[in-house]
Design a protein around this ligand. Structure first.
Ligand SMILES: N[C@@H](CCC(=O)N[C@@H](CS)C(=O)NCC(=O)O)C(=O)O
Length: 338
């Protein structure tokens, strides 16, 4: 493994997140050579991964589950990276492969980068199309519209894009990626700087969210999805494993209520598997947790308690509606839920 997290190299040098390597876009008009098409592509994710989880949430909010099927990898990679050991015979039933690496190899032999999720694979050829997680959710929101469910929210509305881009850039740098920089630091100063930035930014976000329900505008957007995927992992893994421990999310009233509000919104919490999250981080990053022991806590029951944020106004889905129930095949098992 190389390129992303879960890499022994992180024990030795400053943490740098590699750029996504395969960036082909699937668009409504096919201008990049690939056109949006129902049933043609398979989204490969790990429910443990915050970058993949953005796509899992977007896909569900937008009602794309029938158009874009989803493969869920075992949360614990081995030296062959992501595996389909949760499926019968250890094979993804649609792609017929045992390891995501097979789709990367089909695309490019001897590809030097890491095998990362999220990945979109072309079903007929079995080849990887893209692992560009930054672009993927924006394209699901704006290029896949013909296949959205009726009532799908506008997650990246044109009139709000500048503001969403500005907020998500700061959230990425200091929060989404900031926790990794703190967690994989190998020098005291580097860790302290990263950790300080994480909390400084979280405090600014708390101020922003004190009087408004969502980050941008009065509905959920891409910006909320991107902040949520880090907040939901904060107490279970980033606080302990990544040493981002000035305070716990559950000790910060505004962000904790904001995160619970989203968690309880259909499409967010019902995609979260705390069991996958904890096992992935604590077992895979042997550089920072050599025993691989997965902690028992934290108590997750608080996620389901009232959040009181509805009083701030806001309309989660704007003129749209919440997604329906999770399809039976995609329900998170009880051990992963609060
Ligand atoms: N590293 C990916 C971003 C997504 C990512 O880091 N995913 C992680 C899981 S949270 C992963 O698959 N890591 C394995 C690897 O990159 O080797 C990229 O640069 O595009």
């Amino acid at each position: 493994m190389s390129g992303g997290e879960g890499n022994e190299e992180y024990g030795r040098k400053r943490f740098e997140r590699s750029a996504s390597h395969f960036t082909d876009r699937i668009t409504a008009d096919g201008r990049d050579g690939r056109r949006v098409e129902a049933g043609r592509y398979r989204l490969v994710v790990s429910r443990a991964c915050p970058w993949a989880s953005r796509a899992v949430i977007s896909r569900r909010l937008l009602g794309l589950q029938d158009a874009l099927s989803m493969a869920i990898a075992d949360p614990v990679q081995d030296d062959r990276s992501w595996r389909f050991t949760l499926d019968p015979d250890g094979r993804d039933p649609v792609l017929g492969i045992r390891f995501l690496k097979e789709a990367y190899d089909a695309r490019e032999s001897d590809y030097p980068g890491g095998v990362s999720v999220p990945a979109v694979v072309d079903v007929p050829s079995g080849k990887l199309v893209t692992n560009d997680y930054q672009r993927l959710t924006l394209d699901l929101a704006t290029e896949w519209t013909a296949l959205h469910r009726p009532g799908a929210p506008e997650l990246y509305p044109e009139r709000r894009r500048d503001e969403i881009d500005a907020v998500t850039a700061e959230v990425y740098e200091d929060v989404n990626n900031g926790v990794y920089r703190a967690g994989f630091a190998t020098e005291q100063k580097e860790y302290e700087e990263a950790c300080t930035r994480v909390f400084r930014r979280l405090e600014a976000l708390s101020d922003r969210l004190a009087g408004r329900r969502y980050l941008v505008g009065e509905t959920i957007t891409e910006a909320d999805i991107r902040l949520f995927t880090t907040l939901v992992r904060f107490d279970p893994v980033y606080h302990g494993h990544f040493k981002c421990n000035r305070w716990k999310l559950s000790e910060e009233p505004v962000l904790w209520a904001y995160a619970r509000d989203l968690f309880q919104t259909p499409g967010f919490g019902d995609t979260v598997d705390f069991d996958h999250i904890k096992r992935h981080y604590y077992r895979v990053h042997t550089g920072i947790n050599p025993t691989g022991i997965v902690p028992v806590g934290p108590d997750l029951s608080g996620w389901l308690t009232p959040h009181g944020r509805a009083d701030l106004g806001g309309r989660p889905f704007g003129d749209g509606t919440p997604p329906g129930p999770v399809p039976a095949a995609e329900v998170v098992p009880p051990r992963g839920r609060p």
